[in-house]
Design a protein around this ligand. Structure first.
Ligand code: SF4
Length: 219
């Protein structure tokens, strides 16, 4: 592979508070890669959607070093959709795992098979709900081979999305695989309190996933 091909297209890197997932509230180093293969209706990272939106190209080795040099013990690889750069993302994760004790999170939209990522990577799958307009694009194999450490997020904009989540949780017996099922209200269209009332009514054993960084006004 040429040197150029071994570089990742990076949109931005930064340290912030982890706003989502079961790791919410922990300081985290974020690596946001450029480009996404989907176009969700509620996307909040539109600037990073184009494959030409990268601000720099960086080798996986140098990117791993940057994350390690942050001194933080949590790193998240996100996008865009990071798995469109699958081969180099695997190298990045291998380097991080080999050279640090950082907990490695990778948030992916669920449309690309993530089964061969290094085992140290905790995968957070965003199972696209009907309101996204992209729910038919899921690679369903991703949800059949979840590990207990992996997480599945459903972004909920309305009752239809909520009921879709309930159906998929049951159909794929998700709670037998992982307890980390996240129900995430779309800010501005889904009232979080109403979502909580539905969860309580159904005794849904998942977790409300609020975007802590948005409450704080940080990225
Ligand atoms: S998968 Fe994520 S980054 Fe891509 S369009 Fe959907 S919300 Fe935006």
């Amino acid at each position: 592979m040429t040197q150029q091909k071994r570089k990742l297209k990076v949109f931005e890197c930064f340290s912030s508070i982890q706003g989502e997932s079961t790791y919410a509230g922990r300081p985290c180093y974020f690596i946001r890669l450029a480009g996404c293969n989907l176009r969700c209706s509620y996307c909040d990272t539109e600037k990073a959607l184009s494959f030409d939106s990268f601000t720099e190209t960086v080798s996986p080795e140098d990117l791993a070093k940057r994350a390690i040099d942050s001194g933080l013990d949590l790193v998240e690889i996100t996008g865009g959709e990071p798995l469109v750069q699958y081969e180099n993302v695997c190298v990045l994760c291998e380097r991080l795992a080999a050279a640090s004790s950082m907990t490695i999170l990778l948030e992916t939209n669920g449309s690309i098979d993530g089964s061969t990522l290094p085992p140290e990577v905790i995968r957070i799958f965003d199972w696209k709900t009907p309101s996204s307009g992209e729910s038919s694009k899921m690679n369903l194999a991703n949800f059949r081979f979840l590990r207990a450490c992996d997480e599945v997020k459903f972004v909920i904009a309305n009752r239809t999305d909520y009921e879709f989540m309930l159906r998929k949780v049951k159909e794929f017996s998700l709670f037998r695989l992982t307890k980390n099922i996240l129900a995430s209200p779309v800010s501005g269209s889904m009232d979080a309190k109403e979502l909580v009332s539905w969860m309580l009514e159904d005794k849904f054993p998942g977790r409300l996933n609020l975007q802590l960084h948005k409450f704080l006004g940080v990225r």
